[in-house]
Write a protein that binds this ligand. Structure first.
Ligand code: ADP
Length: 315
């Protein structure tokens, strides 16, 4: 199936000379939740702004449901809904009017039955006649989502949906997003919380310094990096590892006092018992051992630390 959104070689250089995006390419599939994960200033907001038509593109292209978002901007923009980071609501307007008004802005005919569905799915139906000013922070965020869904977009963008939000509200938002996915909405969210990407996304794209460093199914990513290191402190230091142990993924520290064994925690057999027996058979005595698991956080930090800085333009 053709991707819902196809981002090709997208580059954005702001007038200030900042290269916010460099040659970013990404296909977004129908019905998935994809998290754009990266630290502050990585280029996440610029990326979704460029896709939604709020930020002009320096080079590259974006198609949304086959519509180019520059040459066929109106049709492309109708396909997307954007929930920005900041809550921006007319505080004296009612929930119902806010949502109806936004739908009108997209040039869509009124469809109260659809809007009722949206409000019910976001647990806002009972609040439809309340003024925005009377709502809690979590409800205001949900009104922002309802507005973004008011013209029935195929894809919903959520920019840092839980930034500065307490833990309970964050969990609430995760539930809301999962509910949307269950209704068939494709969701693209940006976050700098690894836990959020881990919790919600089907796929994760790691972005830093304007570059997409990796795009991977979350499960594959977790599995790939769900590896453990067992560090064995040796009684006597070694010059080299005995050739008889070549079958194991072992490495010897420079000073010869530690062996590190890397193994897959998801594998049916980790080979630990045999490996330790083989060490003993080769006359290697272990004084102490400790184990350590790679987390998504470490993967992320390694990727982010390794990204070279973009070259700033000089006028
Ligand atoms: P993120 O959303 O990942 O925090 P942004 O896309 O907001 O990152 O920013 C990426 C880079 O572009 C940053 O260096 C930021 O300072 C810069 N930037 C963002 N918006 C503008 C703008 N309107 N003008 C100039 N530079 C900008």
């Amino acid at each position: 199936m053709a991707p819902v959104i196809s981002i090709k070689n997208l580059t954005k250089t702001y007038a200030s000379g900042t290269h916010a995006l460099e040659d970013a390419s990404l296909d977004i599939e129908d019905g998935e939740i994809i998290a754009l994960l990266g630290p502050n200033g990585a280029g996440k907001t610029t990326l979704i702004g460029a896709v939604c038509g709020l930020v002009s593109i320096t080079s590259g292209s974006v198609t949304i449901c086959g519509h180019d978002n520059v040459t066929d901007a109106r049709a492309a923009r109708k396909m997307v809904g954007l929930v920005p980071q900041e809550i921006a609501l007319d505080i004296f307007e009612t929930v119902w009017n806010s949502v109806r008004f936004t739908r009108g802005l997209f040039g869509c005919k009124p469809d109260d039955a659809y809007l009722e569905e949206v409000l019910r799915s976001l647990s806002l139906w009972d609040k439809r006649n309340s003024k925005n000013v009377e709502l809690s922070g979590g409800m205001k965020r949900r009104v922002m989502i309802a507005k973004a869904l008011s013209h029935k977009p195929r894809v919903l963008f959520l920019d840092e949906p839980t930034a500065g939000v307490d833990v309970a509200l964050r969990r609430d938002m995760w539930e809301v997003v999962r509910g949307l996915r269950d209704q068939g909405v494709t969701v693209i969210l940006t976050t700098h919380y690894i836990e959020e990407a881990e919790e919600m996304a089907d796929r994760i794209a790691v972005i830093n310094k304007g570059k997409i460093l990796l795009v991977e199914e979350k499960d594959t990513l977790m599995q790939r990096f769900g590896r453990k290191h067992l560090v064995l402190d040796l009684v006597d230091s070694l010059d080299t590892l005995p050739p008889a142990l070549a079958g194991y993924d072992l490495s010897l520290s420079e000073d010869g006092t530690q062996i590190t064994y890397e193994y897959d925690t998801n594998a049916e057999r980790t080979g630990l018992t045999r490996m330790i027996a083989d060490l003993a058979e080769n006359g290697i005595s272990v004084r102490d051992l400790s184990s350590h698991e790679n987390s998504l956080e470490e993967v992320f930090l390694t990727l982010v630390e390794e990204t070279p800085a973009p070259v700033e333009e000089t006028a």
